[in-house]
Ligand binder design. Structure first.
Ligand code: AOF
Ligand code: ZN
Length: 415
């Protein structure tokens, strides 16, 4: 796949690893290690803590690729000498460019890497893609120990990166901070495991579970801290999606402000209504990539706006665009993760399709009364079949609480 085939991604700048600060504390004190065999020990640290310390750093580096590497994974690497000194660090910066291990080896700047340990957040590749195999680069550098966070589900790699380095005599430790690494690359893993993009939804609610009152007024339910966190979440997704009523009623900009990070692609699911020409989205199409999802033959407002991309779907038997179709289409645009930001029609139809992987619910200490609930257009067939989620993290944010839930059957974990 060529870079040009992913025109919508790869335009983000590598930002500061702010998100890591937001979610790593959730993992503090946890140690997900499948197997250990550490040789390096930093003074004052237990051997496993040493591996965790450097892997945390590798994850932090990996995160800097967000907004630029999809549909590739975010990968970071740290090379450490036998006496525990960091020789070089690197990460995969941009789709089509060199991989984390090669960047880290380059960053060693000729320092002796013989006998060193490399910490890498994903199994090294063993195939020749746009770049040569990292497994061979690691072996050639004389590295003697490799600590890996997660396997690579890419069928061209899957296990062969590990077997390459093992047959060359390297000691292999895998599964260090695996759940953190999998969560960071939840879009990449979901593409490989389910052939679709990861789907989150971010919802701000009152104590009585309302997003807005009956007049549709919904501005600022949650406070400034929670809204800042919402921008952090935006920066962590390749795309943000909203429905027509959100665009027409709320006039959102859907960019990352108040925190550093790349702007996600904007997706508008408004097959009939389209985008108002003079809206914030309609007037910033040259600044932020935006796609309108419409039907085969509709001519919604804004269709011809310069800079707007239009993707036409066949409507399903209920006269709507099938959410599964949307999620399966997104990787064609280099989008591996999308966050829905309303309204209740889009939220309900994605819930109905059973494809919401993650919910970030901000609860504010106010009561709206009769109003709009996020899933009030969703009608589960039976009580038994109601969608269920499990709690990942609860975070206090100013005067609000933000709870992150994962689907009950999720293969990811935040605990
Ligand atoms: C690594 N380190 O930093 C990354 C890896 O087309 P290419 O050459 O860029 O290869 C893309 C594949 O390589 C990708 O699908 C995944 O399997 C692996 N990504 N591997 O060793 C890295 N980004
Ligand atoms: Zn590689």
């Amino acid at each position: 796949m060529g870079q040009d085939e992913f025109p919508l991604c790869g335009n983000g700048q590598a930002g500061m690893p702010i998100l890591l600060k937001a979610w790593i504390p959730a993992f503090a004190g946890t140690t997900s290690i499948r197997q250990t065999g550490p040789e390096i020990q930093i003074e004052g640290f237990l051997p496993e803590q040493t591996d965790i310390k450097f892997m945390r750093r590798a994850l932090e580096l990996a995160l800097q690729g967000r907004g630029s590497v999809s549909p590739n994974p975010r990968v970071g690497a740290v090379i450490v000498s036998p006496d525990g000194k960091v020789l070089g660090e690197g990460y995969h910066h941009k789709y089509g460019e060199s991989h984390a291990e090669v960047e880290a080896i380059k960053a060693c700047g000729g320092a002796d890497t013989n006998g060193a340990t490399i910490y890498v957040t994903l199994e090294p590749c063993c195939h020749r893609g746009k770049t040569p195999p990292c497994s061979q680069a690691v072996i050639k550098a004389g590295i003697k120990r490799i600590v890996i966070a997660s396997d690579d589900p890419n069928p061209k790699v899957n296990g062969c990166g590990i077997s390459d380095v093992r047959s060359a005599g390297l000691e292999v430790v895998s599964g260090v901070l695996e759940k953190e690494a999998r969560y960071m690359n939840r879009g990449y893993f979901t593409l490989r495991e389910k052939n679709r993009a990861w789907c989150s939804a971010k919802i701000a609610l009152s104590i009585d579970g309302k997003m807005a009152n009956l007049d549709g007024e919904s501005k600022w339910i949650t406070g400034p801290e929670a809204r800042k966190y919402a921008h952090t979440l935006r920066a962590d997704h390749d795309a943000i999606m909203v429905g027509g009523s959100t665009v027409w009623n709320d006039n959102p900009e859907l960019t990352v402000r108040s925190v550093e990070g790349p702007d996600p692609v904007r997706l508008v699911l408004a097959p009939h209504r389209g985008i108002p020409v003079d809206s914030k989205i309609g007037t910033s199409l040259n600044d932020v990539p935006t796609v309108l999802f419409t039907s085969d033959d509709a001519t919604p407002e804004g269709l011809d706006l310069p800079g707007l991309k239009v993707h036409r779907f066949q409507m399903d038997k209920n006269g709507r665009i099938d959410p599964v179709d949307i999620l399966k289409t997104l990787p064609q645009y280099g989008i591996l993760s999308v966050m829905i930001e309303g309204g209740s029609y889009v939220l309900s139809s994605f819930m109905d399709a059973g494809v919401i992987d993650e919910l970030a619910i901000g609860t504010a200490p106010s009561v709206v009364g009769t109003g709009v609930s996020p899933f009030d257009k969703f009608d589960p067939v039976t009580w038994e079949k109601r969608p269920r989620f499990r709690e990942g993290i609860v975070r206090k944010s100013g005067t609000d609480f933000i709870t992150t839930y994962l689907r009950e059957d999720s293969s990811f974990s935040l605990d």
